[in-house]
Design a protein around this ligand. Structure first.
Ligand code: XIL
Length: 368
């Protein structure tokens, strides 16, 4: 974790350069194209009437005036990138530290920005104490009780303040040789101790704690047909049992060459046919191979391929705007991204990249 103040100060310093009031006639910044002068357009405004646009944020970004003005102008939705995960909220049993997450949620409420809560039940960044008692693996009953209490406490704390929760994250990993699975289910501690019913229990507990919150199942690679089938089967099962589920979150961590927009579109349509909402929850486009290896090509060429990929996906999202409610980017600026070497976002050092302009331009293009 970077120290908050350094992070905030860095963001502040670079933001000063793109705040419209500060630089109305500034020369085009690096990465901008000719003719891009004047105030920076707002992504949220560009897509108003189509779908909401958002980004994940850290508390450091909303406590500094210039950064938060930037976020408020650019985005309709924010997701605290880490601060609502059990590892950060509940270091020991029965005690919570809501201070960081509260800063983001309170800021969002004051500024009329919606919050996606991420995430309640995941195999990573979980609270390790939940899975053991007296040094031994916990019983099924006790883990269910701990999950119930955690979800009631956290969702209850934010009742009426969090728009949508990612209740369960990444339960499936079909065909992934690196992941221990059973019939496509990731054999996480949740799965091994409780069994697949952990998903329906989590959704029921979340609904009890905030009946008005939208409840999502969230995953990566949702365009993978095997994962699509598992998600569809899960939703049908939950619906049959009367378990509240309102949407599917597509992380959409994309690469330059894969997947094709049409593959993700198929899943988005399948979700809509089930009567559920689609949120794109963690969008970014890596400039590297999936294993992190650098790609051939000079930086300008890669940046322009990235811009086309963003445009292609936003075109697909626009075609499906009746089916998609929100598109959330996983961060704002490359340097603070979860994978800085992949340069996956729309800004670098808070300067708009070619991908930013491609997304803005796409918003108003005719759809044939
Ligand atoms: C990532 C954060 O971006 C990192 O800062 C953190 O170290 C690990 O988690 N899928 C998810 C997100 O659902 O919660 C992950 O976020 C990225 C992958």
């Amino acid at each position: 974790m970077r120290p908050l103040l350094t992070l905030a100060a860095a963001a502040l310093a670079v933001l000063a350069r793109i705040t419209p009031a500060a630089t109305p006639t500034a020369p085009p910044a690096q990465g901008e194209q000719a003719g891009r002068s004047g105030p920076l357009p707002s992504l949220a405004e560009a897509y108003r009437g189509q779908f909401l646009v958002g980004a994940s944020v850290s508390p450091g970004q909303v406590i500094v005036g210039d950064t938060y003005r930037f976020i408020r102008r650019q985005f309709d939705v924010i997701t605290p990138e880490n601060d609502l995960k059990p590892l950060l909220l509940a270091r020991t049993e029965g005690s919570y530290d809501f201070r960081m997450a509260d800063q983001v949620v309170d800021w969002a409420r004051k500024n009329g920005v919606k919050v996606r809560g991420h995430c309640l039940v995941w195999h990573q960044q979980a609270a390790p104490w939940m899975f053991t008692k007296d040094g031994k693996p916990v019983s099924r009953e006790l883990l269910i009780e701990r999950m119930r209490k955690y979800i009631h406490d956290v969702v209850g704390h934010y009742q009426g303040k969090i728009w949508a929760w990612d209740v369960v994250n990444e339960a499936f990993a079909p065909g992934d040789p690196k992941v221990d699975t059973e019939r496509g289910w990731r054999r996480s501690e949740w799965y091994q101790i409780i069994g697949p019913e952990y998903v329906e229990l989590a959704f029921r507990f979340a609904h009890e704690a905030d009946p008005d919150a939208l409840l999502f199942y969230n995953d990566y690679d949702t365009e993978n047909p095997a994962k699509r089938d598992l998600i569809v089967a899960l939703v049908r099962d939950l619906q049959k049992k009367g378990v509240p589920i309102h949407g599917i979150g597509h992380q959409a961590h994309l690469y330059l060459s894969r997947p094709a927009p049409a593959q993700l579109e198929d899943t988005i349509k399948a979700v809509a046919r089930l009567g559920l909402r689609n949120h794109v929850t963690e969008l970014d486009v890596s400039l590297r191979e999936r294993d992190g290896a650098p790609l051939d090509g000079d930086e300008d060429e890669l940046l322009s391929r990235q811009a086309s990929r963003y445009a292609d996906f936003f075109r697909m999202f626009r075609r499906n705007r009746e089916r998609i409610e929100a598109v959330v980017l996983w961060g704002i600026t490359d340097e603070m991204s979860w994978h800085p070497l992949e340069e996956p976002l729309l800004f670098s050092e808070m300067e708009p990249k070619p991908a930013f302009w491609a997304v803005v331009d796409e918003a108003a293009r005719p759809l044939q």
